[in-house]
Design a protein around this ligand. Structure first.
Ligand code: XIL
Length: 399
């Protein structure tokens, strides 16, 4: 071995050994967390000091790859359908908890919290709640059923769910204050307060949310503020507002979203983004009224998302998350409505098509939107480099 060869061999050995045990001073001024993130960033790690990251899932029946994706990136789940009245309580007095129980068990076994969805909704709610002897049931009867349903369900999951969407979509889309649902016409306006009171009694530790779509925009935002005040006046324990966040590419109402977060917060509410997705296709229907279907239109992106659309999706997700980070002191949780594109409800609503609204595609490959959003947390760390103390919670196992 020549002297030169020896020098190269020695240098290689030194570099290799440095790679195994990088001394702290070799990291320069960059915080350790940033370097760590570049290698193995996941959503829950990147945002765990800001807010919880969630995904809606159908139940425990996920395949192994989906489970890996879920457990690595999220620390909370919402059942997409299996805690709605139709699933849990299809016939009066007959509760079916098995599917929801399995979901809760899987979540807890893997360190994820559960947000219950939804104690009361006008959709996916069986008709028996409102009928008696073939006729419309009277107020007292429907109220008693509401109380029994919520007391039983919230009682069953007490201590197992962190929060509940107590009432879903009760605000009217047009000129009225409240939606003319069977809950409203059978009981009256106080059905919402009743729901919160009974839920709180059954599970005093759960955070209780009112959840709806398009409440970031006027006039629904003003009606949501009115509802918060109404509930407080009636002594109903409401802790937060869920902005569903079913938005559409190129028309996300950023300013309205910010104004709504501030307005709900100034009423003392926590704010959660509960059902986030960005529809990439064209549709006529605004918001997320599941009852409104459109006649079949072209399946624009059946063969994948063109690069320019993919880029706009990434940019707009990044803009949204920049806003959420700006208001992280007011936001408790950001939950996506689905784990990956193949499981999104937007493939079937408001008409059948191939949609691409989430961070992972049908093959569970991460999309540029994920990188764009993760990059925000690195930029934040770069701006305020904090010397990393040994044992800093960023590197500790997640809750
Ligand atoms: C949707 C589910 O994703 C679908 O599988 C189901 O067929 C209809 O409901 N707002 C809500 C959610 O609060 O419960 C809805 O979920 C989507 C709109």
């Amino acid at each position: 071995m020549t002297l030169n060869q020896y020098a190269i061999w020695f240098a290689t050995l030194m570099v290799a050994s440095l790679g195994f045990e990088m001394p702290l001073h070799a990291l320069g001024n960059r915080p350790l967390a940033v370097l760590q993130n570049q290698k193995e960033d996941t959503l829950r790690k990147a945002f765990h000091k800001s807010f919880a990251m969630g995904a809606a899932i159908p139940g425990a029946e996920l395949n192994a790859a989906e489970r890996r994706l879920l457990f690595a990136n999220f620390n909370t789940v919402t059942p997409e359908n299996c805690m709605k009245p139709l699933s849990l309580h299809p016939k009066e007095g007959r509760f079916r908890f098995a599917k929801a129980d399995a979901l809760v068990e899987m979540a807890h076994a893997n360190g994820l919290a559960v947000n219950g969805h939804a104690l009361l909704w006008h959709k996916q709610c069986p008709d028996w709640f409102f009928m008696e002897d073939g006729q419309q049931a009277g107020r007292e009867r429907v109220l008693q059923r509401l109380r029994t349903h919520i007391a039983t369900v919230a009682g069953h999951f007490a201590g197992k769910v962190q929060s509940w969407d107590v009432v879903n979509e009760a605000i009217d889309d047009k000129d009225e204050y409240l939606r003319k649902s069977k809950w409203l016409t059978s009981i009256g306006e106080d059905f919402i307060a009743e729901a919160f009171i009974v839920a709180h009694k059954a599970d005093p530790k759960a955070e209780l949310y009112y959840n709806d779509y398009s409440i970031e925009r006027r006039p629904k935002r003003d009606k949501a503020l009115r509802l918060i005040r109404d509930l407080k006046q009636r002594g109903a324990p409401i802790h937060g507002i869920g902005i569903q966040g079913h938005w559409a590419l190129d028309s996300i109402p950023f300013q309205d979203i910010e104004d709504a977060i501030l307005a709900f917060h100034s009423e003392g509410m926590k704010v959660a983004i509960t059902e986030l997705d960005i529809d990439v296709g064209k549709r006529k229907t605004d918001g997320a009224d599941v009852g409104r279907l459109e006649r079949v239109r072209a399946d624009l992106f059946a063969n994948g998302l063109p690069a320019d659309v993919q880029q706009r999706l990434a940019d707009q997700y990044a803009q949204l998350f920049a806003l959420f980070l700006k208001h992280q002191d007011k936001i408790t949780r950001v939950t996506f409505w689905g784990l990956h594109d193949g499981r999104s409800w937007l493939n079937g609503w408001p008409f059948q098509r191939t949609n691409h609204p989430l961070f992972w595609d049908r093959d569970l490959q991460a999309k540029p939107a994920l990188s764009a959003v993760l990059a925000l947390t690195r930029k934040k760390a770069d701006k305020n480099p904090q010397p990393m103390a040994i044992g800093d919670s960023k590197l500790s196992p997640q809750p």
